[in-house]
Design a protein around this ligand. Sequence first.
Ligand SMILES: NC(=O)c1ccc[n+]([C@@H]2O[C@H](COP(=O)([O-])OP(=O)(O)OC[C@H]3O[C@@H](n4cnc5c(N)ncnc54)[C@H](OP(=O)(O)O)[C@@H]3O)[C@@H](O)[C@H]2O)c1
Length: 275
Amino acid sequence: MVRQPITSLSGAFSLRGKNAIVTGGNKGLGLGIAQAFAQQGANVALFARDVKSGDEAVKGLTAINPDGKFKFYKADVSSFDDARAAVKSVVADYGDVDILVNNAGVPSIGNILDMDENLSEWYRCINLDLNGAVHMTYLVGKLMRDRGVGGKIINITSNAGEHASKTTNMTTYCSAKAGLNMFTQGIALELAPFGINVNAIAPGFTESNIGTDPSHPVSEEDKKKGQEMMAKVIPAGRMGKAIEIGALAAYLASEASNQMTGAILTIDGGHSLGI
Ligand SMILES: NC(=O)c1ccc[n+]([C@@H]2O[C@H](COP(=O)([O-])OP(=O)(O)OC[C@H]3O[C@@H](n4cnc5c(N)ncnc54)[C@H](OP(=O)(O)O)[C@@H]3O)[C@@H](O)[C@H]2O)c1
């Protein structure tokens, strides 16, 4: 199936009536993406673990578009069984899925040799940041392929997927995001014949709830180190906002980007220039 080009900008950015799944859509960048989609007319299913912020997010999205359909699904997408059950529920509730955003992710700071002998920190990050996106793409990609009308898949990677960090020990996180970048390119090739576009957004430092998971707290020292570094390293002079990531995701989800697939789009205020 060949995705047809737009012929005018009129309506080209609209997501009216499209059904989207956004993993981690209850907070941070995922919420910014869900808000951008709601503003463009999409219905959004949010996948994450925390029901309270999920319910709040649904209320906020309904206020943006009272005619839209917004629902929260409690799912840990690092578990294939959880992801499969939640996707099944979305199909029952929404019918079809037009857009998938693999956004759920956790940071990981620390040296590999300091990890426990089960390498549990390595697996915690890889199982969500890389494998979570694979689980969801497998499940939703099949639905999109079998439906035969194409689709849009957007992976939220990081500029850390292209550069090892000298200032913060993030080998695990960088590896997960580098893997997600290559997964994006490979699966874009696999799914192109079905009219399914797969692209990635690689944000730099962006305001969110990252690092506030109480079960894996970031130390005050690491937080301070991070803030000092951010002030110095972003040429644009500020951190990004979630809605700015949402704006780019809305473009990638729309017909306007039909000719784009396999792209990894950096949005980091110039942070990764000259590293
Ligand atoms: N903020 C940045 O500076 C930045 C920069 C580059 C890339 N990114 C990427 O952007 C994405 C979003 O990060 P963020 O900054 O918005 O962080 P965040 O505010 O901490 O949000 C993380 C989201 O992922 C969800 N999540 C965590 N574990 C999950 C699991 N096992 N299953 C399902 N959902 C899960 C969280 O919801 P629950 O806790 O309710 O499950 C939350 O919605 C991540 O992939 C991150 O690597 C962020």
